[in-house]
Design a protein around this ligand. Sequence first.
Ligand SMILES: *[C@@H]1O[C@H](CO)[C@@H](O)[C@H](O)[C@H]1NC(C)=O
Ligand SMILES: *[C@@H]1O[C@H](CO)[C@@H](O)[C@H](O)[C@H]1NC(C)=O
Ligand SMILES: *[C@@H]1O[C@H](CO)[C@@H](O)[C@H](O)[C@H]1NC(C)=O
Ligand SMILES: *[C@@H]1O[C@H](CO)[C@@H](O)[C@H](O)[C@H]1NC(C)=O
Length: 481
Amino acid sequence: MRSLLSLALSVTVFASFAHAVHPVEVRGREFVDTVTNKRLMIVGADYQPGGQSAYNPEKKSDALSNGTVCLRDAALLQRLGVNTIRVYNVDPKVNHDECASIFNSVGVYMIIDVNSPLAGESLDRSNPASSYHKGYLERIFGVVENFKNYPNTLAFFAGNEVMNDVGTSKANPPYLRAVQRDLKNYIAKHSKRTIPVGYSAADVREILEDTWAYFQCEIDGKDDLTRSDFFGLNSYSWCGADATYETAGYNTLVGMFDKTSIPVFFSEYGCNKPVGVPRSFNEVAALYGNQMTVMSGGLVYEYSQEKSDYGLVVINDNSTVTLRKDFDNLQEHYNKVDLKLIESADATATRITPPECSSDLISNSGYSKNFTIPSPPEGADDLIKNGIQDPLNGELIQVKETAVPMAVYGSNGAEIKGLAIKPLSNDDTNTPGGENTSGDAQPSSPAASPSTTPKAKSNVGKVTASTGFTVAVALALVLML
Ligand SMILES: *[C@@H]1O[C@H](CO)[C@@H](O)[C@H](O)[C@H]1NC(C)=O
Ligand SMILES: *[C@@H]1O[C@H](CO)[C@@H](O)[C@H](O)[C@H]1NC(C)=O
Ligand SMILES: *[C@@H]1O[C@H](CO)[C@@H](O)[C@H](O)[C@H]1NC(C)=O
Ligand SMILES: *[C@@H]1O[C@H](CO)[C@@H](O)[C@H](O)[C@H]1NC(C)=O
């Protein structure tokens, strides 16, 4: 009896913490939900409120260090319809449990860059050999330790735009493959599940195809840990409301990636020219349409307005947020995405065998043809075998607050009332089709929700953690009497 009771109790308590997005893995050239076997097409936003300087080890702050801020932003990103954020600069010595748990609760995955712009925390593109050392590996393994236990950690970027011209494409590619190998070895040894590792490339057309070819090919057959598990492209070629699939060169990209053996997605997109005009985001229809299913979606650059002028929202000094028209335009396009199309896995996609690495794959004479990957630096083997010292391991925690405490204003300036995260039941992934966001700011607008793809999930009937717990305790007490 007693054990049954404690079982009932522990199941209930466990369940309250266990709402977690499903692990996602790379199968062929797709990201796939390992439980539902549906394809995960990335519907994402790059997330770095405060820009690069938000990462400040002295202040123990980064983009995922303040739960109240994440609550505010997760509520908006949930309505927007994203299922993934990318976070560029994180501190492996900071606790990210609140933020990771909040994003998890609303079905949003995280792609984490392991590097930072601070000295010793990324490869130096002008001299990669000098920056590839034990101290650097301790930093990036620390990021793995910090994020490996969150179920919504989708992937790690081993590098971002390290090659930004032909000159930098000579020495860096082998070092990036070395870093990918080290990360994958560390994950294999110290993480309970595989977490994919890849590279985020600048859209420099002279070296783009070579970079993709260099990173996806396989050296000496199976189990080559140096290759990328996926390929991100920072793409800004679709500019203005009049651009098309052809004028933006999306047709060229699809042609290039047609036979990809690994997932390819836009790790950044959303050209902001012409300057001063809200972005129309017409490329969303193309990216998630029939012609581009070879791609695995993309992440819009970027959530918050920073100096570079790409924001979907403005974060005001008093920590309130005002949506920009870009947010409304993007949501309108997201709401029209055909979820059935983007969630259906392509059975043939898994069959593409990666090409064997060879200099024939590389066309630019300035690009590295060297597939002899540098050995790990001194001390690396010990780090990988025994783990880094004093890792800070994150864990999901219970999300207690759902209401956003600060004011949020629609693009029309009126306050959006009652903004809150809506934790998803059934370990769901967030999908587009959410309530109109700016429209809510208009008091007279009667339930402005033109969505044709209503959310499959809702909060109705969801037993919250605390009610579940109370019910179990009450039940236990009744049975004891
Ligand atoms: C916060 O700042 C914004 C922008 O300056 C302003 O419009 C808004 O009224 C302020 N809100 C509060 C609650 O102070
Ligand atoms: C988190 O952010 C909120 C809103 O900006 C701020 O009021 C609060 O002080 C921050 N918390 C910490 C611990 O910095
Ligand atoms: C290729 O790279 C390896 C180390 O990664 C280096 O030892 C070798 O000299 C390079 N080969 C050429 C031809 O540059
Ligand atoms: C929401 O409502 C506003 C104002 O009515 C409108 O401008 C906007 O396009 C709507 N957004 C969506 C996603 O339908």
